[in-house]
Design a protein around this ligand. Structure first.
Ligand code: SAM
Length: 215
């Protein structure tokens, strides 16, 4: 990022990071990652001026780029370390993918809307972000070919935890997934070394729904 156009967003982005810190995000690696990703490049140019407000924004196809606080909160819960293999369900704009890449993860991301998957891939590459795969597919099925994953993050509201995702989680792995109809409970599911699942809830959030099939 070095154009004058991008430089004008440095200050609003730093202010967003300060807002996230004030709202309780404490992991410096997550805050640093958010400070590095140019969120204004993940939305339509007509919405650029709103990109560093702590709110979701439309990205077309009735979908949204999640609120920065939600991205930061989920990423913090996910506890990603460099080299980890991470599955993201719901690529959307690719913003969360970029945050995970900034943390050194090897990211596999699945998106059920073809147009969004294709746009996100090009957008990420243009910004110098190279996920392992952006897959056009239905995240309910996970990604059997590339499983297991150290971490799984679901960025749409799931009516239940898809069994394929718990199957594709490595022993010792973590999954962060919002579950519920209408309003979702943020769940963190840990798979222990023996393959048993331990679930904890982290409050209520609202997401666009995790839908079945491809579009
Ligand atoms: N992570 C995204 C970002 O940073 O822009 C936010 C995405 S938006 C809140 C949720 C996304 O999940 C949408 O793009 C939607 O099409 C996608 N989605 C919904 N159901 C899905 C499914 N079954 N498999 C894959 N993607 C799905």
């Amino acid at each position: 990022m070095n154009s004058t156009d991008d430089l004008k967003f440095v200050r609003p982005r730093n202010e967003l990071v300060a807002t996230l810190r004030a709202k309780g995000i404490t992991d410096p690696r997550v805050l640093d990652a958010i400070a590095r990703v140019p969120r204004h490049r993940f939305v339509d140019p007509s919405l650029e001026r709103l990109a560093y407000e702590d709110r979701p924004l439309p990205i077309g196809n009735e979908q949204t780029i999640s609120q920065p606080f939600t991205v930061a909160f989920m990423t913090q819960l996910l506890d990603v370390h460099p080299g980890m293999k991470v599955l993201e369900v719901g690529t959307g704009s690719g913003y969360q993918t970029a945050v995970l890449l900034e943390l050194g993860a090897r990211v596999y991301s699945v998106e059920r809307i073809k147009e969004l998957a294709e746009e996100a891939k090009v957008r990420l590459e243009n910004l110098g972000y190279f996920p392992e795969r952006i897959v056009y597919g239905d995240g309910y099925a996970g990604l059997p070919v590339f499983a297991p994953f150290d971490r799984i993050i679901v960025t749409a509201g799931a009516p239940y935890v898809p069994p394929a995702l718990t199957e594709h989680l490595a022993p010792g792995g973590l999954m962060v997934i919002p579950v519920g109809q209408g309003v979702q409970e943020m769940l963190r599911i840990e798979k222990d070394a023996e393959g048993r699942l331990h679930t904890r809830s982290y409050g209520e959030f609202t997401f666009v729904p995790l839908k079945g099939g491809k579009q």
